[in-house]
Design a protein around this ligand. Structure first.
Ligand code: GLY
Ligand code: MN
Ligand code: MN
Length: 436
């Protein structure tokens, strides 16, 4: 199917689902808007603009201030803001694959964007322009609306999968170039530029800021600096994505040179196998919480096998909180318009959420992985001083091999992250199709 047909199907599903939501909430229609740019404090400069997420779910048009009106039974109306401006170019409307799915109006004046939306009807609004919506007579903060909109985001349409595939293709090119730059001795900044060039992306196109960490900096989960003074790293952890039509890939790889301690290289090899095993363990409707527990079991076994954890079995290592010190984040999350996409705990369209998993109460993603969802699987093992020091000084100190940990500390850590589409027949590892 071509992109046009994929998009038409996507929008048709959205309209059917939204019509159901509106009927349940006794509403006549829904307005979403792209939003307005933010400004730095007392400055005339603004951070890169990103359209609001539910608007992006409906429409791939870039730029700000657009307004979308959906009334069940009518073609969705799209009011595109295209001011007369010789300082900036508003992205021109080119009726691409998606254009004819909307009734499009080009609007030059800001005031007219919100005119005549309500007309005495019960039209709900969800988005960042609450005051404008109120003035336009729209209903804001309608109870029950947001969970239903989020619910529609969980199962990805074939169009959305196609967007994620294209984002992955760009990111994979970036990752390959980044690995080359790392092996040639490049700095974090060199690796970043190599990534950006190959991914054909600008900073504002990225779904999140690139994490490019050499050596010990890999122990910061969201390390953001791009050091230019450190070259010839022994370890690279790179967590970097790319976007396509507002959907983002989220991919992590860890590489080690032959100069890295042998124990680290072996750990990396086994973590790669462990990550693949967790992906293979996904079955439709498995609870993300159960997969997270499995990850802790396998990481415990790995750390025992590598003689990092001593004198206890896997279950005891988990119960003592030892694995938590090496793997302190969740195994993965929903992926889509947001990198950490909505609905990770949601159980039904009305907004019921799963109870916290007593084994890991802080997990953000606990829901069953139903067919149609896309998740990341990103186990890690890190050497984080802040988390290890209390164990070193506490009663369980004898259960960790400090001499080895001290040797591995300068390597930072390992994370391997793929994006997985769960479907009726099983799973599709989108990332591995482009980045082995
Ligand atoms: N890149 C952020 C994450 O992996 O969740
Ligand atoms: Mn992730
Ligand atoms: Mn990531």
């Amino acid at each position: 199917m071509g992109l046009r047909e994929l998009f038409q199907d996507h929008l048709q599903t959205l309209q059917t689902e939204t019509a159901k939501t509106l009927a349940e909430l006794k509403l006549d229609g829904l307005v979403l808007s792209a939003g307005t740019p933010a400004w730095y404090f007392e400055d005339d400069q603004n951070p890169p603009f990103r359209s609001s997420h539910h608007f992006r779910h409906w429409c791939p048009m870039e730029g700000c201030q657009h307004v979308l009106l959906f009334i069940p039974g009518q073609k969705p109306e799209l009011r595109l803001y295209q001011p007369a401006d010789f300082w900036h170019e508003a992205k021109p409307f080119e009726p691409d694959f998606w254009g004819d799915s909307f009734q499009v109006q080009i609007i030059k004046e800001e005031d007219k964007l919100w005119e005549g939306l309500a007309q005495g009807r019960r039209i709900a609004y969800h988005g960042p322009e609450v005051e404008r919506a109120r003035k336009a007579g729209l209903l804001v903060a309608v109870e029950g609306l947001v969970p239903r909109l989020n619910w529609q985001r969980l199962v990805k349409s074939p169009y959305e999968i196609q967007c994620l595939v294209e984002a992955t293709r760009k990111a994979a090119a970036g990752h390959k170039a980044a690995e080359r730059a790392f092996r040639q001795g490049g700095s974090e900044l060199d690796i970043h530029f190599a990534y950006m060039q190959a991914a054909r992306s600008q900073e504002q196109d990225l779904p999140y800021e690139n994490i490019i960490a050499l050596n010990e900096k890999a122990a910061y989960l969201h390390y953001a600096a791009k050091r230019d003074e450190v070259h010839n790293g022994k370890v690279l952890l790179i967590d970097a994505g790319a976007t396509s039509r507002g959907y983002g890939a989220d991919i992590t790889r860890t590489y080690a040179t032959e100069d890295a301690p042998e124990e680290f290289q072996e750990l990396l090899t086994d973590m790669t196998t462990l990550q693949a095993g967790l992906v293979a363990a996904i079955t439709p409707n498995i609870l993300m919480g159960d997969l997270h527990v499995l990850a802790h079991q396998r990481i415990a076994e790995l750390l025992i096998r590598h003689k990092i954890i001593l004198d206890c079995d896997a279950q005891k290592a988990i119960d003592l909180g030892l694995t938590m010190a090496f793997f302190p984040h969740g195994l993965g999350h929903m992926l889509g318009v947001f990198v950490h996409d909505v609905g990770g705990k949601q159980l039904d369209r009305e907004g019921a959420v799963s109870a916290p998993d007593p084994r890991f109460p802080k997990l953000r993603t606990t829901r069953p992985l139903q067919p149609g969802t896309v998740v990341t699987i990103e186990p890690g093992v890190y050497f984080i001083k802040m988390l290890l020091d209390p164990i070193r000084q506490g009663p369980n100190s004898r259960n960790l091999n400090w001499a080895l940990i001290d040797r591995l500390m300068p390597c930072g850590g390992i994370r391997i992250e793929d994006n997985i589409h769960i479907h009726d027949q099983g799973i599709r590892n989108i990332t591995r199709e482009f980045l082995p």
